[in-house]
Design a protein around this ligand. Structure first.
Ligand code: 4AZ
Length: 418
């Protein structure tokens, strides 16, 4: 009987498949280890925040520097930021430097002090002291490049936490959530607002029911519309609620005084502006702080983007909502808004129109008194309009009509000192 010769099997350990498997496994383990090492040593970066005071000797702290809305304020901050940025961009920290921002200008004696927040990204393996030693000389070098600005030659430099940075920003007006961490520009999409997106927005309530919106403009002041008080201007009947939700607010404060514009005219809706003074001061947090007021001379450009926020209804005649919403609109010129096919002359100089040409994006009932805001080139938010009126909501050629805040800038200052 034929039987094939049996080839003795090779040892298990020398089986080419097993050898191949072992080699591949070892190579994969090595590659993963090297990749993880490289990742943690060079790519796993962490943000570090630093604070510095620049003492500027030859600039007087005039009225012009008390508000971030003035050209003088913007120019001075812009100059300081660009000199620091340039120094870091030319230095060996160019890849680690993210941003320098003047968070506050204040007065000390006859000097102006600029509080500067700087953000860096370093790998986690870096030690704090090493970072400071590398940043300090570049900052000193920046000081030498200020030209006509006399800045103290060795400004201090302190490592701060992201919370410390946020605290500096919340003490000033207009910081949105992205600016507070010197992060990328925020993409505002959808309609639902998130906690801290619009930290100045308040809900004005009677009997625990949302009636109107408003904006926090000072630690005891709310800006809103005069027509909100047609039902009652008794401060004891009102409560100001903070936070995203009107039914579970993060804070409620009683009202001391309501100041309705003396020349508010319900028939023309002219001077539709009012102020509420709170019973107590608000302590500012990341999610509750003020919006900036524009200067009276600020030009609100037709075509520019603005946002309106509130708990108003989503269609004319509908119910108000309980969670804060936001809508992007564009500013229209009063001329366009007064066209015969639009509001046909009803738009007075103290009013401002905003919407989209095809309609669809608009404030509606219950948004009244709330803010129409714009972001400036330094990413600070300004309240340029107060939701006032309109023909229904979201219709083409019937944009939302707002009280033009710049027109009433002096009136606001007379009433509040802000
Ligand atoms: C209102 O009745 C109202 N579309 C507010 C804003 C607009 C219309 C009506 C703007 O409170």
């Amino acid at each position: 009987m034929y039987r094939p010769v049996r080839v003795p099997s090779t040892s298990r350990f020398l089986n080419p498949c097993v050898v191949c498997f072992i080699v591949v496994t070892v190579v994969v383990i090595l590659a993963v280890t090297v990749a993880l090492l490289v990742h943690f040593l060079s790519f796993d970066q962490k943000s570090y925040f630093y604070h510095s005071n620049f003492q500027i000797r030859n600039v007087n702290y005039s009225n012009q520097l008390t508000s971030p809305a003035t050209q003088e304020y913007k120019i001075l901050c812009g100059k300081i930021e660009s000199v620091i940025t340039e120094s870091f961009r030319k230095s060996n920290l160019r890849n680690q430097f993210i941003r320098a921002y003047v968070a506050r200008l204040r007065q000390e004696g006859s000097d102006v002090i600029a509080d500067i927040v700087m953000k860096f990204r370093f790998t986690r393996s870096y030690r704090g002291a090493t970072l400071k030693n590398r940043i300090e000389p570049i900052l000193r070098q920046a000081v030498n490049n200020f030209g006509n600005l006399e800045v103290n030659p060795s400004p201090d430099l302190t490592s701060i936490t992201v919370q410390d940075a946020a605290n500096i920003f919340t003490s000033e007006c207009g910081a949105g959530p992205d600016l507070m961490t010197l992060s990328e520009e925020r993409i505002i999409g959808g309609t639902k607002a998130e906690e801290g997106d619009w930290p100045w927005q308040v809900s004005l309530q009677r009997n625990n029911m949302h009636v109107c919106g408003g904006s926090l403009i000072g630690s005891t002041w709310i800006l809103t519309a005069a027509h909100c008080f047609r039902s009652s201007s008794n401060p004891r009947q009102w409560i100001v609620a903070f936070g995203l939700s009107t039914i579970s607010p993060t804070m409620r404060i009683r009202v001391r005084r309501i100041v309705v514009h003396g020349n508010y005219d319900p028939s023309t809706r002219e001077n539709d502006i009012a102020l509420m003074q709170l019973e107590r001061r608000v302590s500012f947090t990341r999610n509750i702080h003020t919006v900036c007021l524009p200067v009276a001379t600020q030009n609100i450009l037709p075509g520019s983007t603005a946002y309106v926020t509130g708990w108003g209804s989503q269609e004319y005649g509908g119910n108000t909502v309980t969670e804060l919403e936001q809508v992007r609109v564009r500013i229209l010129s009063n001329n366009v808004c007064n066209a015969p096919t639009s509001y046909n002359g009803a738009i007075l100089p103290g009013m401002l129109c905003a919407g989209l040409p095809s309609g669809g994006a608009d404030a509606c009932q219950g948004d009244s008194g709330g803010p129409l805001v714009q972001e400036d080139s330094r990413r600070l938010w300004f309240v340029v309009g107060i939701v006032s009126w309109g023909f229904q909501c979201g219709l083409p050629d019937r944009p939302g009509v707002y009280t033009r805040v710049t027109t009433y800038r002096d009136w606001i200052n007379q009433q509040t000192g802000i």
